[in-house]
Design a protein around this ligand. Structure first.
Ligand code: ADP
Ligand code: MG
Length: 139
C-alpha cells in the first residue's frame, strides 16, 4: 500500500504564538513528507467555503471569523495512512482533552483556537488540498 495525503493548516493563534516551528518539527519527526506548504491568509469568504460543512453548527460564525483573522500555514503532508496518523499526532478537537505530547495539547488555546486543522477522510484531504494548492505547487 502506498503513502497517501492529508491536509493541514496551522491556525492563526498558533501562528501568532510562534508555534509554527514546533509544529513543523513534530510533523517531520512523525515521518510526514511535506508535499506543499505556504503561508497565507484566508478571506472571510474563503473561510466560509472551506468550513461550509459546519455551516449549521452554532460555532460556524466564530470559526469563520477566527480562521480569517490572521496568517496561517497551509500544507499537504504525505505518509502511510496519512489522515489517521495525523489525527493521532494532533490529538482531540478540544486541547484540554488532547493526549500529552500532541500538537493540540502543546499548542492549542481552546476548543476553537486549537492550533491546527487536520483532514477527517481521504476524500476531504484531496478536496482540501485542491482548495489551496495547484498541481505546480506540489513536489
Ligand atoms: P476537528 O478540527 O477536530 O476535525 P471539527 O471538524 O468537529 O473538529 O470542527 C472544526 C473546527 O471547528 C475545530 O477544529 C474547531 O476549530 C472548531 N470547533 C469545533 N467544535 C467547537 C466548539 N464546540 N466551539 C467552538 N469551536 C469549535
Ligand atoms: Mg473536522
Amino acid at each position: 500500500m502506498g503513502a497517501n495525503i492529508t491536509f493541514t493548516m496551522i491556525k492563526p493563534t498558533a501562528f501568532k504564538k510562534n508555534c509554527v516551528g514546533k509544529i513543523l518539527y513534530k510533523i517531520s519527526e512523525a515521518g510526514f513528507r511535506v508535499v506543499a506548504m505556504k503561508v497565507t491568509k484566508l478571506t472571510k469568504a474563503q473561510a466560509m467555503k472551506f468550513y461550509e460543512i459546519h455551516a449549521a453548527r452554532p460555532f460556524y460564525g466564530e470559526l469563520v471569523e477566527f480562521m480569517s483573522s490572521g496568517p496561517i500555514v497551509a500544507a499537504i503532508l504525505e505518509k502511510e495512512n496519512a489522515v489517521e496518523a495525523y489525527r493521532t499526532l494532533i490529538g482531540a478537537t478540544n486541547p484540554a482533552e488532547a493526549a500529552e505530547g500532541t500538537i493540540r495539547k502543546e499548542c492549542g488555546t481552546n476548543i476553537g483556537e486549537n492550533a491546527v486543522h487536520g483532514s477527517d477522510s481521504d476524500e476531504n484531504a484531496i478536496l482540501e488540498a485542491n482548495f489551496f494548492f495547484a498541481q505546480t505547487e506540489r513536489f
